[in-house]
Design a protein around this ligand. Structure first.
Ligand SMILES: Cc1cc2nc3c(=O)[nH]c(=O)nc-3n(C[C@H](O)[C@H](O)[C@H](O)COP(=O)(O)O)c2cc1C
Length: 267
């Protein structure tokens, strides 16, 4: 009898603690769950394997789209140290076009190929497993030598592919909760990620790496803009679905992560 009572008691405790654990789990914010469920533990990476080992295109291209080769542009002459100390967010821009050379330097800073050795093509920013999940689009309003439109940076040969002709900045501004920095800039870079390039190796933990990498691209663009006498601001507040629709992305395989309007500072 005593044994029976103890067993029921033990079951009760076990049930209650299981219930509490489940309730705690349910109460966890999605951010905390993401952090916890993408930890490495002794068994390796936690989280789902997403397309593990799948073949994913290393480079994105718009076959048949009009493409313009970007010039071999000269670098700005500000030291990295100076650029770091002068960097700040700029949200209002002079009514002056940005040159194609400057745009080229910005694109290379964001995620361009900088050195090729016998092993890999190195980029301007580090990438987990050298899998390079980022893509860069440009909404062009005032860039000398380029018509207004939405362009895609074709990394493999440093060219720009025209995705959509005509002005796009007003739509991008509307999608970015009306932020004027986005609509008034001569150009805005939109950095997206093709997640499966990274998750096929690192599973769910790969999302962390992708978010880290867009931070690398962000700082690189800030520093290059500063070195070129331009200004930028990281814009993370936008309606994802609207930006993805503008770019023609499904929001799952590839999704917009950050907007960086660029122009000459207004003052
Ligand atoms: C991830 C991230 C998202 C941001 N989103 C916005 C934004 O949507 N709009 C904006 O005006 N600034 C945005 N900022 C810029 C910050 O407001 C800015 O960096 C901060 O105020 C510090 O100012 P500083 O960059 O001039 O030093 C963002 C910055 C980061 C890093």
């Amino acid at each position: 009898m005593l044994r029976f009572t103890l067993t029921l008691g033990t079951l009760g405790i076990l049930w209650t603690s299981g219930y509490v654990a489940q309730a705690q789990e349910n109460a966890m914010s999605i951010g905390l769950r993401f952090q916890q469920e993408t930890c490495y533990d002794t068994g390796g990476s936690v989280g789902k394997n997403i397309g593990y080992g799948a073949r994913v295109p290393e480079f994105k291209t718009y076959d048949g789209a009009p493409a313009a080769k970007l010039p071999a542009a000269a670098a700005g002459d500000l030291s990295v140290d100076n650029a770091i100390h002068r960097r700040k967010s700029i949200r209002t821009y002079a009514d002056m076009p940005v040159s194609l050379n400057q745009l080229t330097r910005l694109l290379i800073a964001a995620d361009g190929i900088t050195q090729v050795d016998s092993r890999i093509a190195h980029r301007s920013i580090p990438s987990a497993g050298a899998l390079n999940p980022l893509e860069v689009y440009v909404a062009v309003s005032q860039v000398s030598g380029l018509d207004s439109g939405l362009y895609h940076f074709k990394v493999m040969d440093t060219s720009l592919e025209l995705v959509k002709p005509g002005p796009v900045s007003a739509k991008l501004q509307a999608a970015a909760l009306g932020q004027e920095s986005v609509g008034n800039a001569p150009l805005a870079l939109v950095i997206t990620a093709r997640f499966d390039r990274t998750t096929r190796k690192y599973a769910d933990r790969g999302y962390r790496y992708v978010y880290m990498e867009v931070g690398g691209a962000m700082q690189s663009v800030y520093l290059q803009a500063t070195a070129l006498g331009l200004g930028t601001v990281a814009v993370g507040a936008f309606e994802d679905a609207k930006v993805n629709e503008l770019l023609g992305l499904d929001g799952r395989t590839e999704s917009a992560l950050l907007i960086l309007p660029v122009g000459y500072p207004a003052d």
